[in-house]
Design a protein around this ligand. Sequence first.
Ligand SMILES: C[S@@+](CC[C@H](N)C(=O)[O-])C[C@H]1O[C@@H](n2cnc3c(N)ncnc32)[C@H](O)[C@@H]1O
Length: 210
Amino acid sequence: MNSPPPAIQQLTAPSSSQNSARIKWNKRYLCNTDSSPAFEPALVLLEYAHLLPGSGRALEVACGLGGNTLFLARRMFEVDAWDISDVAIGRLIQRAGQEKLAITAETRDVLRHPPAPKCYDVIVVSRFLERAMIPNLIQALRPKGLIFYQTFIKDKDPCVGPKNPAYLLGENELLTLFSRLKVVLYREEGQLGDCHQGLRNEAMLVAQNW
Ligand SMILES: C[S@@+](CC[C@H](N)C(=O)[O-])C[C@H]1O[C@@H](n2cnc3c(N)ncnc32)[C@H](O)[C@@H]1O
């Protein structure tokens, strides 16, 4: 496929909290190697890809290295990918360029600059939780649009994922946060039964706009 080069856009005038988040995440991505598994899509997208429409406009919020973005772009979605880390966005653009995938990647604070209403057929969020922007994500879906969400839960192995409880989901919380949508699937297994099997440490949801 002959595609235009991936686009990047730097929004102006970052605030000091935006700067500190950017610096923190840039440091983490600079420590990452190119073979990092973070170029992989989240399980919620990988296992439930059969729920995706055949084409459309997609957004990955807080994309990091953009495993979900690359996955969607390979399936010919028109993908916007946003993250506060310019290092992560730079690496994503490089990877997309190597694969000749057309994506639009932006260094962007999604809290200050949430998506506009009714723009996307698919939105993906993995390992990022900012409850305040959930209403913006719901509004950003087009009619029948889908959200794929996967992130850490409180009932997890303490050695895995963030320690700050503000970034961890409570029981059934994704169901509550997206209660305005039609739930297609929800998985949260916590520490139930044999923890060597199943989905541990995270919850996942796919939900559809009416
Ligand atoms: C744990 S990483 C997850 C990255 C990716 N979604 C994944 O699953 O591999 C969290 C990401 O959120 C980004 N992030 C944190 N605050 C943000 C904000 N306000 N706006 C945009 N991105 C943000 C970080 O730069 C980081 O890439």
